[in-house]
Design a protein around this ligand. Structure first.
Ligand code: XIL
Length: 719
């Protein structure tokens, strides 16, 4: 039984195991994973750099630091000529001590700046001359003090407008509608103050990288305002040689195509771009509406998927542009420190500084997958409803999805690369959601559904298949060997539906019966395979998803298998709850099968109604049932098959059972060693056993189609 649980969840367990193993053994941090791409930075507060555990985390993961607040104008010079270096010095000394580069943040900003910089004691704007004197003095003092350790300065922060009219409380100013933020500094000196800040920063430290830094820098309209400003001021002699995109994102946006477009556009002007303040909050409020400490988002599995996807896709784009993106700085160390509040779940380390799953997704990226070119040979999936183009699949195994949901905020397809929770779609301008798996899917059949704003929906464009105790959408990724289950010009058998009375459960039970081609014509009697589905499925699975009838038709037509009947019935698996599976006995189903179904079949069909004419096999939980029932009823069955459904030990099968053939199979991504070992142990004990491992597949239907193909050739052959 333990073996079954291991097999059934082998895929999930495998990915979890990989993740926790990495967590335990990897001395390497994010900075090492991105060694060939860009530096990984973090904004720190005083606690972060004094608590030993947090210090250790910083040193392991990051190779660039920003002071979250300590170097801001108001922090170092709260009043004119009153310098307050303690906090800034401690961050600088931390970097000096540990040999970590420091990003200076920031020299000029309308926030966190003493009003003395631009106002007199009566609250009136200073003259340009006085303002410039203050600004120049400030910039020179700060830049000079940290020249040895600061390699980059955010010289001017957030000087561009978010759009629309802006007003001023200073007398004599008219409402302003232009590209700049209508700050006191701008009101005094226009955009010249930006230029002068860069000129003085450059004079103070000619070696430093000098950044213009802003938020919403990927928003196309704001992006263009930033671009135009930098271009204009560069032409006027401002030494702006880098652009900082802050990167306060959320799980709904920005769209990565906008991030990429902004990087492309900015790189026309500068050779260096930093993501300076990265966090991705599980909350769509922006700016002033942001619920900092209160409330926050509910972190449901689908919210986590959006969060993980946003991080994954962002880093994919950033890696692609590592010729210009030179540093990516997280705004805070762990969620507990975050300026957007712990409840908004924004960082890769949680409130206890434990790495989230997203951390591993960002860190353990697949550099080869980054380079894969997706072939434009997409075709509608063969499982689609008539006339439906989407979902589509290509020859590499990528799948594309499309759904119309104009009012939706998020759409996730449950199908995606391992451990990723699915494929996140994005809304086009036309309100249509569109997306593509991040890599090739395993060939064969896959169940899927949509999660739209947290609700579960089937794809209106595909057929439905019973799995997960419900009719799910399905997609078919073409397999190289798909010919063996293709519908071809060969004699076809029939699948008929029966309902037999079960006295033990006082109800009718459905079953499907495959009768091989020619059954109706003669008097011949046929052997029978009782073939069970897995948990969440029912008697329809083997024919709808498994194509068992087509596999048999083709095998029989080629003379590779002797014709036999297949009976599938509901294995009473679906009321068994996860967690109680260890105590599952299959007793009730055993009664239905042995006492009710088999006699019914032998009575109503031309069967070889004895032990040598019967086999039982099952996939996954159907394999568990097969093992339990075959071992308890050696007098009923002569051949057994477990398909990703555990193994037999040699001592399980008694010599008096006189078993003729045992098949044990699984996918190569499951537990092939155990499967092979079991078959060789059985063989060593004199039992006619065979194992089969389906290449490149996991706990999924192509594995079981292939298993059936191999097993069917031996089940009732002359042995
Ligand atoms: C934030 C800090 O994280 C907070 O602690 C502080 O209260 C406000 O400022 N853009 C910036 C950063 O450039 O300096 C801001 O930092 C976040 C937005």
């Amino acid at each position: 039984m333990k073996q079954f649980i291991k097999d059934l969840f082998s895929v999930a367990m495998l990915s979890l195991a990989t993740v926790s193993l990495t967590a335990q053994t990897a001395a390497d941090g994010l900075k090492d994973a991105y060694r060939n791409y860009f530096s990984i930075g973090v904004a720190v507060n005083q606690r972060n750099i004094s608590d030993p555990a947090q210090v250790a985390l910083i040193k392991k993961e990051f190779n660039s630091i920003t002071a979250e607040n300590a170097m801001k104008p108001v922090s170092v010079q709260p009043e004119k000529g009153k310098w307050n270096w303690a906090a800034a010095d401690s961050v600088a000394n931390f970097c000096r001590r540990n040999g970590i580069k420091l990003r200076g943040h920031c020299l000029m900003w309308h926030n966190q700046i003493g009003a003395w910089m631009y106002e007199d004691k009566n609250g009136h704007l200073l003259s340009k001359k006085e303002f410039y004197r203050n600004m120049k003095e400030h910039i020179f003092a700060v830049v000079n003090r940290y020249k040895d350790v600061v390699y980059a300065w955010d010289v001017v922060n957030e000087a561009i407008s978010d759009g629309g009219f802006q007003t001023s409380h200073y007398p004599g100013q008219k409402p302003y509608n232009g590209p700049y933020r209508y700050t006191p500094m701008f009101q005094i000196a226009g955009d010249e103050f930006i230029k002068m800040a860069f000129i003085w920063a450059h004079e103070a430290d000619p070696k430093a990288l000098l950044f213009y830094n802003d938020y919403n820098a990927a928003d196309p309209a704001k992006r263009d305002r930033i671009y135009n400003m930098v271009k204009k001021l560069q032409a006027e002699g401002a030494p702006i040689n880098a652009i900082g995109m802050q990167g306060h994102y959320n799980i709904y946006g920005p769209d990565m195509s906008d991030v990429e477009a902004a990087i492309n556009k900015y790189s026309e002007l500068v050779k260096t771009i930093h993501i300076t303040e990265l966090d991705i909050r599980a909350n769509e409020e922006m700016g002033g509406q942001l619920q900092h400490k209160m409330g926050g988002a509910k972190i449901t599995p689908w919210v986590k998927t959006l969060f993980e996807d946003q991080y994954t896709q962002l880093f994919k784009v950033l890696r692609r542009h590592s010729d210009v993106v030179k540093c990516v700085t997280f705004w805070n160390l762990g969620d507990r420190d975050s300026w957007v509040g712990v409840n908004n779940y924004p960082l890769l380390f949680d409130a206890d500084y434990k790495p989230k799953h997203a951390y591993f997704l960002v860190k353990n990226f697949n550099a080869d997958a980054d380079k894969v070119e997706v072939k434009e040979d997409f075709q509608p999936s063969s499982m689609n409803q008539p006339g439906q183009t989407y979902p589509m699949v290509n020859s590499q195994g990528f799948a594309r999805f499309r759904i119309v949901a104009p009012q939706a905020k998020s759409v996730i397809v449950s199908l995606g690369l391992g451990g990723r929770g699915g494929t996140v779609l994005h809304k086009g301008k036309d309100g249509v959601w569109f997306g593509q798996t991040d890599g090739p899917m395993d060939p064969g059949f896959h169940y899927y559904h949509y999660t739209i704003d947290g609700g579960t929906f089937n794809d209106p464009a595909t057929n439905n298949y019973f799995g997960s105790c419900r009719w799910e959408s399905g997609i078919e990724i073409p397999a190289p060997d798909e010919d063996f289950y293709a519908l071809k010009q060969v004699p076809h058998g029939e699948v008929c539906l029966i309902n037999f009375w079960s006295e033990s459960t006082k109800s009718f039970h459905p079953a499907q019966v495959y009768l091989p081609a020619g059954y109706g014509k003669g008097k011949q009697r046929y052997p029978v395979l009782y073939l069970q589905h897995g948990w969440g499925e029912n008697e329809t699975a083997w024919f709808n998803q498994g194509r068992a009838n087509l596999i048999m038709d083709n095998l029989i037509a080629e003379g590779k298998a002797q014709p036999f009947i297949i009976v599938t019935t509901y294995g009473m698996t679906n009321d068994v709850k996860f967690g109680t599976i260890g105590s599952f006995t299959a007793k009730e189903f055993e009664t239905v099968l042995i006492n009710e179904l088999i006699p019914y079949i032998d009575q109503h069909f031309r069967t070889i109604a004895k032990r040598d004419g019967r086999a039982m096999a099952g996939l996954s939980m159907g394999g568990v049932e097969t093992k339990l029932i075959t071992l308890r009823h050696p007098e009923i069955f002569s051949a057994y098959g477990l398909l990703s459904g555990g193994t037999y030990a040699a001592q399980d099968i008694q010599p008096k059972a006189q078993v003729k053939y045992v098949f044990i199979g699984c996918g190569s991504k499951e537990n092939p060693e155990a499967v092979n070992q079991s078959a060789s142990d059985l063989k060593a004990a004199g039992i006619n056993a065979e194992s089969y491992v389906s290449p490149g597949t996991a706990h999924e239907f192509l594995t079981w189609r292939r298993c059936l193909y191999h097993m069917a050739q031996k089940l009732f052959s002359k042995r």
